[in-house]
Design a protein around this ligand. Structure first.
Ligand code: ZN
Length: 84
């Protein structure tokens, strides 16, 4: 699949794959490895919305280290992209 098609598919919300960055009880922080956009999923409420600093603040306040999990995912993406 060309990168242009992949970019357009991401823009219309058809992400090829979503990695789980972190799980919080019934909710998850996920990210698309193609466009690197991140989302918050809540399984009980069945919602899927862009991840932002409010979510980070909310879960940091509940004791989760969201910054570490996010940085670990970005490091993983960078490693994967540079693999031969
Ligand atoms: Zn995407």
């Amino acid at each position: 699949m060309t990168s242009l098609i992949r970019r357009v598919l991401c823009r219309i919300g058809h992400h090829r794959q979503l990695d789980i960055i972190q799980t919080f009880r019934a909710a998850q922080h996920v990210g698309c490895p193609d466009c690197r956009r991140r989302y918050a999923i809540h399984h009980g409420l069945r919602t899927f919305v862009p991840w932002d600093s409010d979510f980070a603040d909310l879960y940091e306040g509940m004791g989760y280290d969201t910054a570490h999990a996010t940085n670990r995912w970005f490091d993983y993406l960078d490693t994967r992209e540079h693999r031969p």
